[in-house]
Design a protein around this ligand. Structure first.
Ligand code: SF4
Length: 497
């Protein structure tokens, strides 16, 4: 095998962007992998492990060297032994041809040959899955394997966990033989260029384009772009941003000088950043405040999603609400009170949360949420699940007012918001010096929604003291979310006084 061999993931990267492949090989330390992407990768590994048993008994050939890296030569050798022994299902079956390596998730023996099963944690087949499996088929055929089928194994998000995980129902198998034909034809033409690229320490020259959005190397490839730039403009299509970029309208100064921005929010962004202007439309804020009434509630949910469900009655990727915080004020000038709910980790929390929500929020009261679509959708799902509570739950939902609205409408803008109206941008912009509203001052276990959704399902496996501390951290985090809403609402009241 060549010193720098190609793998299926490297080939897929090459087909997406040549520079992406080169950077992964030569400058991988520059990749910025956020926690969500890392969590997705970890989940992918768990799903892969689980799918190994999909067709019954199997032999896994994964082998590691002492330094923890994959022992590819041994994996290839063991695969050959399995083929010779007639093993029915070989997991991570490994092959190498001319510098091209691949490990097949499941190689299943069939009449006259072997079928490739590529396991994905998505809920459908993506285009790049076809690129991936086409590469595998090519390598295997070059290694003398008669490939009799190509299948993508992905998650079926209609599967409901009943206490016993049934992998034959959790996974859906799709025959992609026809779909991947176009990709398969391309492989021999693309491989020489991909192999040449990884053999050269010469970085490819490529400007940023539509594919760069969300790429782990954005920070590196866009290092010539100033901050803020056209890429920070509020709610603008990527294609439009790139159009400006290609015309040389990149910095806020460029954009303002060219007078090419006509959206009022984006103009605020430019004038806020360049002239230091603050925008307050008292009438707009006042009109919003008139839509509120006492008693006034402030609600925030925390949810989690499990790809492999372990809570009875739930589906893969279902948004499972497990916690809420609720601040409320009964009368004008009244005391700020608080209620909260945090489910028991490992149990289905939905009935309990629906019941307590109905106990905590009376019918016909005004409830505020920030970016209310999320809370409204979760409540509607609860109403669908529990018809006996449906009327009350839908009543709560129908009386939710969105605290995001005055900001999204441009009625209050300070430059520190940077064109983002999420509560995590608005709060520090309005209260930059208040440590009690700083999420970084919370227990480091839970400082954002991602932390909350990751840690909650793990609580059930923690020792008791750790469980208690983690639950406390979750409660404090969620409580700060609704306290933040109260503070923002009070600030709106202050500015129209
Ligand atoms: S940021 Fe764009 S150019 Fe750079 S590696 Fe990613 S996709 Fe390629």
């Amino acid at each position: 095998m060549a010193r720098r061999g190609l793998s299926k993931s490297k080939y897929v990267a090459f087909c997406s962007c040549e520079k992406l492949l080169w950077l992964r090989v030569y400058k991988s330390e520059l990749a910025e992998v956020d926690e969500a992407s890392q969590a997705r990768m970890d989940t992918g590994n768990d799903v892969g492990d689980l799918a190994m048993g999909l067709f019954g008994d199997y032999v896994e050939v994964t082998a590691h060297k002492e330094d923890g890296s994959l022992y590819l030569a041994k994996m290839i050798e063991d695969t050959q032994k399995c083929l010779a022994d007639g093993v029915e299902n070989i997991c991570e079956a490994s092959f190498s041809y001319n510098g091209c390596y691949c490990a097949v998730d499941i190689l299943k023996k069939e009449k006259g040959g072997y079928a490739i099963y590529e396991v994905k944690s998505s809920t459908d087949v993506k285009d790049y899955h076809l690129t991936d499996i086409a590469y595998q088929k090519y390598v295997l055929e070059k290694c003398g394997v008669n490939v009799t089928g190509t299948y993508i194994v992905h998650i079926d998000n209609t599967y409901v966990f009943d206490g016993n995980l049934d992998v034959t129902k959790l996974f859906m198998v799709e025959d992609v033989a026809e779909q991947m034909e176009n990709e398969y034809i391309k492989v021999p033409n693309l491989l020489p260029a991909a192999l040449k690229l990884i053999a050269s320490d010469q970085e490819p020259i490529k400007d940023i384009d539509e594919k760069c959005c969300g790429c782990e190397f954005w920070g590196y490839c866009a290092k010539h772009v100033p901050t803020p730039s056209v890429f920070d403009l509020y709610n603008m299509r990527t294609s439009k941003k790139l159009e400006f970029y290609r015309e040389g309208l990149i910095s806020y100064e460029d954009l303002q000088k060219a007078k090419c921005i006509d959206n009022p929010i984006r103009i605020m962004q430019l004038e806020g950043a360049l002239q230091g202007k603050t925008f307050i439309n008292k009438k707009g804020i006042s009109d919003f405040l008139k839509t509120l009434s006492y008693p006034l509630y402030f609600l925030d949910f925390e949810t989690m999603q499990q790809v492999i469900p372990d809570i009875i009655g739930t589906r893969p990727y279902q948004q499972i609400t497990f916690q809420y915080s609720l601040h409320y004020i009964e009368t004008e000038g009244g005391e700020l009170k608080h209620k909260e709910f945090l489910a028991e980790s490992g149990k289905n929390p939905l009935r309990d949360i629906a019941e307590q929500l109905c106990r905590d929020i009376p019918k016909n009261v005004c409830t505020m949420a920030y970016n209310k679509a999320f809370e409204c959708t979760r409540i509607r799902e609860l109403a669908d699940l529990f018809p006996d509570l449906s009327e009350h739950l839908l009543n709560i939902k129908n009386h939710i007012v969105d605290l995001l609205v005055p900001f999204q409408q441009g009625n209050y803008y300070v430059k520190e918001m940077g064109g983002s109206f999420s509560i995590k941008s608005v709060l520090p912009a309005l209260f930059p010096d208040d440590p009690s509203l700083n999420y970084h001052n919370l227990d480091e276990r839970v400082q954002n929604g991602g932390d909350a959704m990751t840690i909650f399902p793990k609580i059930k496996d923690m020792p008791p003291e750790e469980q208690e501390a983690t639950r406390k951290a979750l409660l404090e985090y969620c409580k700060l979310d609704t306290l933040a809403m109260v503070k923002i609402w009070q600030r709106l009241l202050d500015v129209v006084k």
